[in-house]
Design a protein around this ligand. Structure first.
Ligand code: PXP
Length: 249
């Protein structure tokens, strides 16, 4: 059964819209945990557009589940991770002009740089996950990098039209099986919603889903604790084929 990592960047987005002190993602993480979050994920971006260094430092002290630090593969970020010691680092590609993380990490194209960072983190007991598209070449490179985990990018699946969604789901399903054959552990995330999460949660070997925007959006209506509880219920008991069930005639 997949577990749920709740990404709380969007709470910090609202705070930073006014560069003030509320809402504070640190106490909100506790509410996410009370709703059943198995982990808390934050992305410390190089431009600090939402999560701040102070948030990560405080969350390290307050999170009672697991803290997953998403970050770019840079010397600055690796130094921060070595100081904070999150329970996992997820390396993601980062471009300042993007609204959110776009494609997966090109592990094959920067294998030696990444391998050095991964080795530094993992030799300090911080497991590393690589956020990648579900492609064979990238997954092979992930295995060569020494990383223990991958996070499969579900953005293309989430954005696909209803007619393309089964094809994108099959890509993720195959990517998940390939990664496991290579000895990698598998998470997934990006763009998952209450409507599209179930087939991904039902994949054999899927360990954790990292979900942010849809949960924070629903929290405006029902509160964060309830929004997390609702997502956790879908992940724990997913229907396998809700997509296909919706296809006309
Ligand atoms: N996983 C990764 C690697 C991400 O970059 C993001 C977005 O910050 C997420 C998961 C969560 O995506 P969403 O907010 O669309 O649920």
């Amino acid at each position: 059964m997949a577990s749920l990592g709740v990404n709380i960047d969007h709470i910090a987005n609202v705070r930073e819209a006014r560069r003030t002190v509320e809402p504070d993602p640190v106490p909100m993480a506790l509410l996410a945990e009370l709703g059943g979050a198995d982990g808390i994920t934050v992305h410390l971006r190089e431009d600090r557009r939402h999560i701040q260094d102070r948030d990560v430092e405080l969350l390290r002290h307050t999170v009672r589940s697991r803290l997953n630090l998403e970050m770019a593969a840079t010397a600055e970020m690796v130094a921060i991770a070595l100081k904070i010691k999150p329970d996992m680092v997820t390396l993601v590609p980062e471009r300042r002009e993007e609204v959110t993380t776009e494609g997966g990490l090109d592990v094959a194209g920067q294998l030696s740089t990444l391998t050095a960072f991964i080795d530094q983190l993992q030799s300090n007991s911080i497991p590393v996950s690589l956020f990648v598209d579900p492609d064979q070449a990238q997954l092979d490179a992930c295995r060569r990098s020494g990383a223990q985990w991958v996070e499969l990018h579900t953005g293309a699946y989430a954005e696909a039209s209803w007619s393309d969604q089964p094809k994108e789901l099959a890509r993720i399903s195959e990517g998940c099986a390939t990664a496991r054959q290579l000895g990698l552990r598998v998470n997934a995330g990006h763009g998952l919603t209450y409507q599209n999460v179930e087939p991904i949660a039902a994949l054999e070997g899927m360990e954790e889903l990292n979900i942010g925007h849809t949960i924070v959006a629903r929290a405006l209506v029902v509160g964060l604790e309830q929004a997390v509880r609702d997502m956790k219920a879908l992940i724990q008991n997913p229907r396998r084929d809700p997509l296909f069930g919706q296809l006309p005639g």
